[in-house]
Write a new protein. Structure first.
Length: 99
């Protein structure tokens, strides 16, 4: 009878070892939970970015003024008949070596 109890105790210890340290055990579960939390944060950030891009696309589809504004600011385009003035800053005062 004692050998049966000893055998059952050994089996219990082996099962506990597998539960805590084996594949699919508690350590794996904690690691996977951390990865899921990290991926959830990334997904939230990407969903926010996608919503912003979606709103911008809709704005560009519905409003011609938005397209014009974007062309002016990002591409430097001007309308036909407009005059473009570019202000160039004066160079910094440099000491003349001639004198």
């Amino acid at each position: 009878m004692r050998w049966l109890i000893a055998l059952l105790l050994i089996v219990l210890v082996l099962l506990q070892f597998k539960l805590w340290f084996g594949e699919g055990g508690a350590a794996d579960v904690r690691r996977l939970e951390a990865r899921v939390a990290e991926q959830t944060e990334r997904n939230t950030a990407l969903e926010t970015r996608n919503a912003e891009l979606r709103a911008e696309v809709e704005d560009l589809r519905e409003r011609l003024q938005a397209v014009e504004e974007r062309a002016r600011s990002e591409l430097g385009l001007i309308k036909e008949g407009e005059e473009f003035y570019q202000v160039v800053p004066a160079p910094e005062n440099q000491d003349n070596d001639n004198g």
